[in-house]
Write a protein of this length. Structure first.
Length: 427
């Protein structure tokens, strides 16, 4: 598809940067804007700490990176990709979206289109973002500018499912806007474009994608607790059940990050606004939110049941998923806090996480691998490739005399190679 739009991408994280790079590669003029001057300087130098875009793609890109809002005045198609987290009370935190709307609004000119990719609840784009755009610009939506929505589907660390290879859902407030939005994304997405009938439909589609995954994982976590009490390996059960053609393949685990563990609260918030209490969705959230503490208690029990009970626990991995450096909303911290609550001496190490970020976010000092002492238990919380490549020699080598408990939270270690002196726990 062809278009003649000048594009600005607001927010250059996991979502925004790949979008900006892809659109620039298609030949479109692209401004990459972020409020973090440190982030902009990093990208200008050809580095991406998120590891979503490699140095060669960055250095060869025509993107004009800037932290100056005035740079946005050169664009007439704006893509907002800022974070939408939840607050301490698990309510949607739209502050970044509202701030981005203020910034974009100040740069709007007649004929512009503003597209939101950030996860929001149905109605947020038109009911909350548009008034901010109008106030900041002095323009009228529908007459002077229009809006659209295209939910992001970026999966950090996934080299197979990328922006270009995932069907892109697009929506616009009118047919003309929808045509332009489809053309812009269609210029880079090879998997196809799905035109949603309204912005609210596209917003709703995004939140239920992750709510569905959350509920399925909650079911797996509940099964894990049930089978654990029966001394049955959950993964063995899932392997057997998975031979049925229509069995859905989900596994138990910690549900963190900035999507699956967050998006359901956007949907439940809106449901409560319209007078409904979504019991199933919230029950799944409670189950997944409790998973870390349950794993921590299981570790304490395993260590206490050894002939020589100990208190030294090594936790490997603190990012929210394997092979990414992102620590936002990591549920590994719940495991760590539960271990500390029982008086365990916990050493945490991560080969990808930034120690300064971990200290600022969680008050934890990461321990370099070379400084890890002998432990009574090792919790392989995040199976980074670096850990799995070294396998049992590395994991068992962290135990006191190679004897102790190993908790493999994602069942990634080969049971057939487990040293005899190790007691293995899997969900």
């Amino acid at each position: 598809m062809q278009h003649d739009r000048s594009i600005a991408v607001i927010g250059l994280g996991y979502v925004g940067l790949p979008v900006a790079v892809a659109l620039a590669a298609s030949g479109a003029p692209v401004i990459g804007f972020d409020i973090s001057r440190r982030r902009v300087a990093e990208l200008q130098a050809g580095r991406d700490h998120t590891r979503e875009v490699d140095a060669a793609a960055l250095s060869g890109s025509s993107i004009r990176f800037s932290a100056d809002p005035d740079a946005l005045r050169d664009a007439d198609f704006f893509i907002v990709t800022v974070p939408t987290p939840i607050d301490a009370a698990r309510r949607p935190d739209m502050s970044a979206v509202m701030a981005a709307s203020e910034t974009v609004g100040a740069a709007l000119s007649p004929g512009a289109i503003v597209v939101y990719e950030s996860t929001v609840y149905p109605g947020a784009t038109e009911d909350e973002c548009v008034p901010v755009l109008e106030r900041a610009s002095g323009l009228t939506c529908g007459r002077d500018f229009t809006v659209g929505y295209s939910p992001e589907r970026i999966n950090p660390g996934d080299r197979e499912h990328r922006l270009e290879t995932i069907v892109k859902v697009v929506a616009g407030q009118d047919d003309a806007t929808l045509d332009v939005v489809a053309a812009v994304y269609g210029s880079v997405v090879t998997a196809g474009i799905h035109r949603a009938p309204s912005i609210r439909v596209a917003e709703a589609a995004k939140v239920i994608e992750n709510a569905q995954r959350d509920l399925n994982i909650a079911f797996m976590n509940e099964l894990s607790e049930i089978f654990g009490r029966m001394d049955i390996d959950t993964y063995d059960v899932l392997a057997a059940a998975g031979t049925k053609w229509n069995f859905l393949r989900f596994t138990p685990g910690l549900v963190g990050g900035h999507c699956i563990s967050v998006d359901p609260y956007y949907l439940t918030h809106k449901a409560q606004m319209v007078g409904l209490h979504p019991e199933v969705i919230l029950a799944g959230r409670r189950t997944n939110d409790d998973a870390g503490a349950r794993i921590g208690r299981a570790c304490v029990q395993l260590v206490a049941s050894r002939p020589r009970p100990g208190r030294r626990i090594t936790v490997l991995g603190v990012t929210f998923k394997e092979n990414v450096p992102d620590i936002r909303n990591s549920k590994v911290i719940d495991v760590i806090r539960e271990l500390q609550r029982f008086g365990m001496e916990v050493a945490v190490s991560d080969c990808l996480a930034d120690p300064d970020e971990v200290r600022a976010e969680y008050g934890l000092d990461l321990v370099p691998e070379t400084a890890l002492g002998e432990a009574d238990a090792v919790v392989l919380a995040v199976p980074h490739a670096s850990y799995l490549e070294r396998g049992w020699d590395f994991i068992a080598g962290l135990l006191s005399s190679g004897d102790g408990v190993v908790m493999d939270l994602k069942a990634r270690l080969d049971r057939g190679r487990k040293p005899e002196a190790v007691r293995l726990w899997r969900p």
